[in-house]
Design a protein around this ligand. Structure first.
Ligand code: M6R
Length: 611
């Protein structure tokens, strides 16, 4: 959840750290801090954003060509100056920044208090700093050994950067469960939670694995595991353009990413659909295709928006490949004792590829012998490395905390997978196979049509900007769109919103409807169209305000609803890819009108790397 950046080299570290933290701010933004390692170690940290940190460090000594920075998403201890990272051990020997949770911190803290250690903050990270220091002083070992010994006793997850005041020319990094990437330059190294702060300096990166420890100086990189076995670093080329991580002319990343969807969807299917649009190729799962084709069941695990994409996938797989599907929250799945068989296929969906619960669920499922696939966006992230095979979404980096283009790319991949599987299992007719492939290639153009109506959608947003509650209704594969629309609204505008299968409305939520309640109904033409028209009438009969997402030219709903937003016609299997777009746009505008920080909503972080 937190962002980590560090630099060891010849340049001045401060601007690299500040810029890196700005790039990483989407991972956590309640406080920020840096440590600059010179003759002495200078630590500047404060509650608030990176710009507050810049103000805080103005006029201070910011020299030094080795340093580390951190932007925090609080776990232990409220956001405050004191709880911000870096944390320095009691005798000043160790300076530590940390992403993750030290689960046995209370036990370690008690032991340290018994040994007269005192603490400034409420954080688990300060406990770790003191724990490392206590080993260092007791055992009279070097810093690296003290870190490794400490980590063998630590339970939990960490991405760590550590410096020791007696060994100022090096920094030590360690990873377990929280991502760390090393950027390799000429006589310089960078470290970060992801490649975004690194790409403008080098495209050579090393993705650290769990239990790796890196000892970095200007001239050397030594990679080991916690047990002190020597490892060979694998240098990879990072595929990320610097333009991708800028907002360009857009006011917010979220809006930029909404507008990127025609391209991100094309990038997702590019090279995977034959030129004559009669076939699909998914290279990443080709080797395991026989196992997928003969699967008895598909289990989809994910969290948040990715879980909603999974629900759309359920409709697609069952309809076209005729395989039973279960869609599970990773956080629930991993803590029960699910029955997973060898002939099951488990598909983990994750934009970041780092979500702690999804990762843990994969690790648990591995023991069952099931085939495990990933649908991820971030190349080189943990989930693709833990799975047997997978398909990258190629949506490009998503920085807005509210997921938009990741969702449509995930649904695009799931559509291609379901069609391919249907074809191989002979459960889809050739006619339908060709029709849906062709329909998929038309989606980007149709999304552009929807985006050209942004001003009209903004007008509707004005009417509902002061709502306190909202209901989202959809049926079939548009029910997950209702869930996703509601999530978009609540996470960025803080309006309470619920997504429901439209027919369920009568079993409870209808009691909420009055003249103040906006009800978003996803009502494009499909086999349940007549039913959803009835649902709209039921809402209107109770004076609810209906904002309907309809197929272009729909005159019936136009007469019933308070507002309609038209989307181009498409096959109903592909409708989620279109209908979600106006819901993203309206949430965005409502949130902006309410003065909310759209890209950094309160309490949230982009990638949830803690449980
Ligand atoms: O990176 P992941 O797709 O695994 O993340 C899962 C959720 O944390 C994520 O989709 C979250 O719900 C988004 N903020 C929603 O917009």
């Amino acid at each position: 959840m937190c962002g980590i950046v560090a630099y060891v080299g010849e340049r001045t570290a401060y601007p690299i750290l500040i810029k890196g933290l700005q790039r990483l701010e989407y991972r956590g933004y309640d406080s920020a801090g840096i440590a600059l390692i010179n003759n002495e170690t200078k630590v500047y940290k404060c509650k608030g954003k990176v710009r507050d940190l810049e103000n805080h460090s103005k006029g201070q000594d910011i020299n030094g060509s080795i340093g580390m920075g951190h932007t925090r998403w609080a776990t232990h201890g409220e956001p405050s100056d004191i709880n911000a990272h870096p944390h320095v051990s009691m005798n000043g020997k160790f300076t530590v920044i940390h992403n993750g949770i030290i689960e046995n911190y209370a036990h370690l803290k008690k032991e340290l208090i018994n040994r007269n250690y005192t603490f400034q903050s409420e954080t688990d990270t300060e406990v770790l700093a003191n724990f490392i220091e206590s080993i260092y002083l007791d055992k009279k070992v070097d810093a690296e050994m003290a870190v490794r010994l400490a980590l063998t006793k630590v339970i939990g997850a960490y991405g760590l950067v550590i410096s020791c005041s007696d060994e100022k020319e090096k920094i030590i990094a360690a990873r377990k469960g929280s991502p760390l990437v090393i950027g390799v330059g000429d006589n310089e190294y960078f470290l970060a939670s992801d490649a975004t702060p690194i790409v403008e300096y080098t495209d050579k990166v090393i993705y650290m694995n769990d239990e790796d420890v890196a000892i970095i100086t200007r001239q050397s990189l030594d990679l080991k595991n916690i047990q002190n076995d020597q490892l060979t670093p694998i240098i990879q080329k990072v595929e990320l353009n610097i333009e991708e991580i800028d907002k360009g002319d857009f006011e917010h990343f979220m809006l930029k990413e909404i507008y990127e969807q025609p391209n991100s969807i094309s990038d997702t299917f590019r090279g995977r659909i034959s030129i004559d649009k009669t076939n699909l190729f998914l290279g990443g799962i080709a080797d395991v295709m026989p196992k997928i084709v003969s699967a008895r069941r598909i289990i989809i695990i994910a969290c948040g928006t990715s879980w909603h994409a999974g629900l759309v996938g359920e409709y697609l797989f069952e309809e076209y490949a005729r395989i039973p599907v279960e869609v599970e929250y990773a956080s629930e799945f991993r803590y029960r004792n699910p029955v997973i068989n060898e002939d099951d296929v488990l598909i983990a969906i994750s934009q970041s590829g780092e979500t702690a619960d999804t990762l843990a669920a994969i690790k648990m499922a591995k023991e069952s012998g099931a085939t495990i696939l990933g649908i991820c966006n971030v190349a080189g992230s943990s989930i693709p490395r833990e799975t047997d095979a997978g398909v990258y979404t190629h949506a490009g980096i998503e920085i807005g905390v509210a997921s938009t283009k990741a969702f449509t790319s995930q649904v695009t991949v799931l559509t291609m997978m379901a069609l391919l599987l249907g074809k191989k299992r002979n459960t889809i007719s050739d006619e339908m196979y060709y029709r849906l492939i062709d329909g998929l290639t038309e989606i980007p153009k149709k999304i552009n049509d929807i985006l050209s109506t942004e001003e009209d959608i903004k007008e509707i947003a004005k009417t509902y900007q002061n709502a306190t509650n909202a209901l989202y209704l959809g049926r079939g594969n548009l029910f997950p769109v209702a869930l996703e629309g509601a999530l978009k609204l609540k996470e960025i505008s803080y309006i309470h919103a619920e997504g429901y299968p439209a027919a369920e409305m009568k079993h409870g939520p209808i009691a909420l409807i009055d003249e103040n309640m906006p009800v978003f109904v996803i009502a494009t033409k499909d086999k349940s169209y007549e039913k959803i028209v009835s649902n709209i009438q039921e809402v209107k009969a109770r004076e609810g305000k209906v904002i309907a997402i309809v197929t272009k030219g729909d005159e019936v709903i136009k007469k019933l609803a308070d507002h309609v937003i038209e989307v181009p016609d498409t096959h109903e299997a592909l409708a989620p890819l279109l209908t979600i777009v106006p819901l993203q746009v309206i949430s965005y505008h409502i949130a902006v009108m309410r003065g909310c920080n759209v890209d950094q909503p309160r309490n949230l972080a982009k990638s949830v790397t803690v449980e």
